[in-house]
Design a binder for this molecule. Structure first.
Ligand code: FES
Length: 172
């Protein structure tokens, strides 16, 4: 049987609720796993999660909007989050931000058209004495400077093979 997108969301959420439970504490793990499977948490995903956990959809939406690692729209293969909380800011976030935008050819909040990179702001990553800090697909880099940015991006590009060095174009 071929499932449409909504039926697939329903089947996935039911399976996750069976795994994580039906109470409020299951909300975050269900959303994280759902995002892993679907690439983002779209409106109908949130509606199904709300129905299955007995929550108001606005509450689910509030959680998705609050956490920087949850997304309403699909993101790039590499999600780069730069901390802009005060300690990192004082250590040079602005320089790192400019370098990231220049290297990737996209603004913060954007995803490259080829779907390879997304650039986002983050709140404190818990490494305030080692800023500026960035998070790339769950890996934290500290004391990041413009040169480090170049190296990190090049390492990511290696994953895409021979044509990886071409500049990405913006799609916000
Ligand atoms: S202020 Fe950037 S990691 Fe805490």
């Amino acid at each position: 049987m071929i499932l449409n997108q909504q039926q697939k969301a329903q089947a996935d959420v039911r399976e996750l609720v069976a795994r994580f439970g039906r109470d409020r504490s299951a909300l975050l793990p269900v959303l994280q796993e759902l995002q892993k499977r679907h690439g983002a948490i779209q409106d109908f995903d949130m509606q199904v999660v709300a129905d299955e956990l007995g929550l108001h959809p606005a509450e689910v939406y509030g959680v998705v909007s609050f956490y920087a690692f949850l997304h309403h729209e699909p993101r790039g293969r590499f999600q780069i989050l730069l901390c802009r909380t005060i300690s990192c800011d004082l250590a040079g976030t602005a320089r790192v931000a400019r370098q990231l935008e220049n290297e990737l050819g996209i603004p913060f909040g954007g995803t490259s058209r080829d779907g390879r990179f997304s650039l986002e702001w983050a709140s404190c990553l818990g490494l305030c004495d080692q800023g500026p800090a960035i998070l790339v697909n769950g890996t934290v880099y500290t004391r990041v400077g413009p040169e480090t940015v170049h190296t990190i991006i090049e390492d990511c590009r290696k994953v895409f093979g021979a044509h990886a060095a071409q500049p990405a174009h913006a799609a916000v």
